[in-house]
Ligand binder design. Structure first.
Ligand SMILES: CC(C)(COP(=O)(O)OP(=O)(O)OC[C@H]1O[C@@H](n2cnc3c(N)ncnc32)[C@H](O)[C@@H]1OP(=O)(O)O)[C@@H](O)C(=O)NCCC(=O)NCCS
Length: 166
């Protein structure tokens, strides 16, 4: 169960070092996001902190960033009514309900922002924890890209495209 001391709020500039610690570890693990392992802090920042209408949110407990998500239009123009979301929780804070809370928060935020649906573009097939979580939150797999992801830069595995209406 999520601790009541955990606050989910919009990213502020002085959150960046804490966000980078989370993002850096996930990127370097090379098993859940396609972001290139070894990315610099500036590259990581450009990947995670996107210009408006993109938004970044953080989960903070006692001043420490435990997790983060970003949300924004998945595509431009005539397809910009579908949101995209991305989520990361620090290894030390995983398994406490934070991932679920961040995703639920992002779904509510996406509704507030007027999006009609949420899409995840590349959920790695071996990321079974995330897949179970997203499916329990109402997402369905709408497609699979065979061998679309190089796990740790090596073995090719499938990734799934997930979708749910809001
Ligand atoms: C995926 C991720 C965001 C989930 O965050 P989290 O805070 O660990 O998730 P939760 O604590 O809400 O747990 C989610 C589910 O996983 C289960 N779970 C938690 N820890 C687990 C573990 N060590 N092994 C297996 N299952 C586990 C929980 O039981 C929970 O299921 P439930 O809600 O039905 O009980 C997090 O693991 C993460 O940041 N992973 C790396 C980046 C990533 O994969 N992002 C998503 C890309 S699509």
């Amino acid at each position: 169960m999520l601790n009541t001391r955990v606050e989910i709020r919009q990213f502020a500039e002085n959150d960046w070092p804490g966000v980078w610690a989370v993002v850096h570890a996930v990127i370097d693990a090379g098993d859940t996001y396609e972001y290139p392992p070894g990315a610099s802090e500036a590259e990581g920042r450009a990947l995670w902190i996107q210009p408006p209408p993109g938004e970044c949110w953080v989960a903070v407990e006692d001043g420490r960033v435990l997790g983060t998500y970003k949300i924004g239009p998945n595509r431009i123009g005539l397809a910009d009514h579908v949101a995209n979301g991305s989520y990361m929780v620090s290894a030390a804070a995983q398994g406490r309900g934070l991932g679920r809370a961040l995703c639920e928060h992002s779904l509510e935020r996406a509704r507030e922002l007027g999006f009609a649906a949420m899409q995840f573009n590349a959920v790695v097939a071996t990321n079974t924890r995330a897949l179970r979580l997203w499916r329990s939150l109402g997402f369905i797999i709408v497609g699979t890209v065979p061998n679309g992801f190089r796990l740790h830069g090596k073995d090719m595995v499938d990734f799934h495209i997930l979708h749910r209406f809001l």
